[in-house]
Design a protein around this ligand. Structure first.
Ligand SMILES: [Zn+2]
Length: 594
């Protein structure tokens, strides 16, 4: 070494330049960038947990550190990725033990660092963290990937993520559609439209309902920020904002699921799940499934269609008046059908083993439909239905997050609270808003008290707990939309930080977002082996203390709830993706854009 100093220096500089270049490619999402290229021989440590995407410049910024119990660390440095220089030096908080994970962590608060850049945390005796950004709009790329995740789920068409993700494409899938005899109809049916629901290739109206409604709400609340973002989808440039172009792909399928009498069939799936094969290789017929006897359609599916189509009618009006009219007509006809059939429930017909999304009570779906139809039309009949029924559902706001694919009453109440219609009942609106804001303040307190700064409670570690975390964030952001409060927005961002890496696994649960992200989601296209890694932008379901699959069941029985997670394709109960919690992630990210 000493005998060739000029060359060594050149090599050192070249190496640093190469690492910078690779880092640039990595953060640009253009190339896979192993951590050792960024840090030389020293790998980032899982003991430092932070949001691997980053932190807004003017917002609180906290990383969490597990340090050795016998020699706890006292200080931390924030270093610039470009040259390793210290940009901020701070003291770690006293250690606290987190009941959700069992981890003992210290907080590294660097909120005062506001200069835009790319950084990592270094803690003496512990190591270096993954890199992250600080800036005014750090979440835009994550939003882009998460929203584009829906494009990758499109059914009945070819999909291609383009040069940004070479090889992430497939020819048109599931082209053979037909009516199953349980639908009351017969014969073939074209099969274009809709998003594959989750890790499987089925499409289900009730899960489409909450997912599509959530995305349309994101547009309604955050349209100035979302409008300019292009998703590089086939419709880009057609004059309609791309988020609405993408949502319409699913809306068209939902509208197609409406029968001529106004009712909507419950689902369109194969008889059983296919293996882990690429979508176009799944040749099982895609069947429209009904209840098996008259009226064949289900009330929950029909009411969900009424709600979502009613939102679509007001959202698409400035961009495509004819589509808005068609949506409103569908919503009205769906509502009329439910007046005749107020609680026709769905169970899988014999021989069908795909998802059921069964729901024994559709009255909350009806409440949501009435609220959205009123919000769009102002008509007295819808308003009266809502006002006559909403009080019984107010308690669903008390322990958020109360909404999920089978509980839509909070969506009904929230849309009423969000409405600016002058004919709104002031007393009802005040009651709902008060209840929502009280609940939001309680979430803020609980989140601040949790050592990981996350809103989750032990009871929340169910199937799709990451969706629950995102839902807490969404509820907080809706409260923030009604009564702006930095504490609401900051707590919502805490939940986002958890999803993007500030958790016990130091893992970003969104594929290809962050340096250390989930690799093996339960997602058939990702598990097919046709691409080099998982399809990007997809949120894993997350820890599930219910241990509903064999991978989780094989873990020791006495772990803290957050530990019941496995980044394995086989762990459908902890690592599946799904459009409902994906939509909630998009909503939460939408609220962080500027
Ligand atoms: Zn398909």
């Amino acid at each position: 070494m000493n005998d060739r100093p000029p060359s060594s220096i050149w090599n050192l500089r070249t190496c640093r330049r190469a690492r910078l270049w690779l880092f640039f490619l990595c953060v640009s999402g253009l190339a896979f960038c192993p951590a050792f290229l960024l840090y030389g021989a020293e790998n980032p440590t899982l003991a430092i947990k932070l949001d691997q995407v980053g932190y807004l410049a003017d917002a609180p910024k906290v990383a969490l550190v597990e340090s050795p119990a016998n020699t706890p660390a006292k200080t931390f440095d924030i270093r610039r990725s470009s040259d390793g220089k210290v940009a901020f030096h701070g003291a770690l908080s006293p250690a606290a033990t987190d009941p959700l994970s069992g981890d003992t962590v210290q907080a590294a608060d660097f909120s005062q660092l506001s200069q835009a850049g790319t950084y990592y945390v270094e803690v003496p005796g512990v190591g270096k963290s993954w890199t992250f950004a600080v800036g005014a709009n750090v979440f835009e790329r994550a939003w882009y990937l998460a929203m584009r995740g829906f494009y990758g789920q499109r059914c009945g068409t070819a999909v291609n993520l383009g040069s940004e993700f070479p090889g992430y494409s497939h020819p048109a899938c599931h082209l053979h559609g037909e009516f199953h005899h349980s639908s009351g109809a017969r014969g073939p049916r074209d099969n274009i439209g809709g998003w594959h629901d989750a890790g499987d290739y089925g499409r289900y109206m009730v899960n489409s309902g909450i997912a599509t409604g959530t995305l349309l709400w994101a547009w309604e609340i955050y349209s100035p920020q979302l409008k300019p973002i292009q998703l590089k989808i086939p419709e880009t440039g057609n004059g309609t904002p791309d988020i609405l172009n993408e949502i319409r792909w699913n809306l068209e399928w939902m509208l197609k699921m409406q029968d001529s009498d106004g009712g909507a069939w419950h689902k369109q799936t194969s008889t059983h799940f296919p293996g882990f094969i690429a979508p176009e290789k799944d040749t099982l017929p895609s069947e429209v499934i009904g209840t098996g006897s008259a009226p064949y359609k289900s009330t929950c599916a029909t009411a969900d269609l009424a709600a979502v189509a009613a939102i679509a009618a007001r959202v698409y009006k400035p961009f495509d008046a004819a589509f808005a009219t068609r949506s409103l007509d569908a919503a009205r006809r769906a509502w009329k059908w439910t007046e005749q059939y107020p609680n026709v429930t769905f169970r899988n017909p014999p021989g069908n083993s795909t998802g059921e999304y069964g729901d024994s009570n559709c009255s909350d779906e009806l409440l949501w439909a009435s609220a959205e139809l009123w919000r769009t039309t102002g008509e007295a009949a819808y308003h009266q239905f809502f006002l006559s029924n909403y009080v019984a559902y107010l308690p669903t706001l008390d322990s958020p997050p109360g909404e999920n694919w089978s509980n839509l009453a909070p969506m009904a109440l929230r849309t009423y609270a969000l409405s600016r219609r002058k004919d709104a009942d002031a007393k009802a609106q005040a009651a709902i808003r008060d209840r929502m804001l009280t609940a939001a303040r309680a979430i803020v307190s609980a989140t601040a008290a949790n050592p990981y700064h996350v809103s989750l409670k032990p009871k929340d570690f169910v199937w799709g707990s990451n969706g629950v975390a995102a839902q807490y964030g969404m509820d907080l952001m809706i409260a923030n939309a009604i009564a702006p409060n930095p504490a609401f927005a900051n707590a919502a961002r805490d939940d986002l930080d958890y999803l993007l890496g500030r958790n016990t696994f130091s893992l970003s649960w969104v594929t290809q977002v962050g340096e250390h992200s989930v690799l093996h989601p339960h997602h058939r296209p990702s598990g097919s082996g046709e691409q080099p890694g998982p399809w990007p932008g997809l949120l894993s379901g997350g820890p599930n203390a219910g241990r509903n699959d064999s991978v989780l069941a094989a873990l020791p029985g006495n772990l803290p709830p957050e530990k019941y997670y496995a980044d394995q394709t086989a762990s459908y109960a902890s690592n599946e993706i799904a459009i409902n919690w994906q939509a909630t992630l998009v909503f939460l990210l939408s609220g962080q854009l500027h």
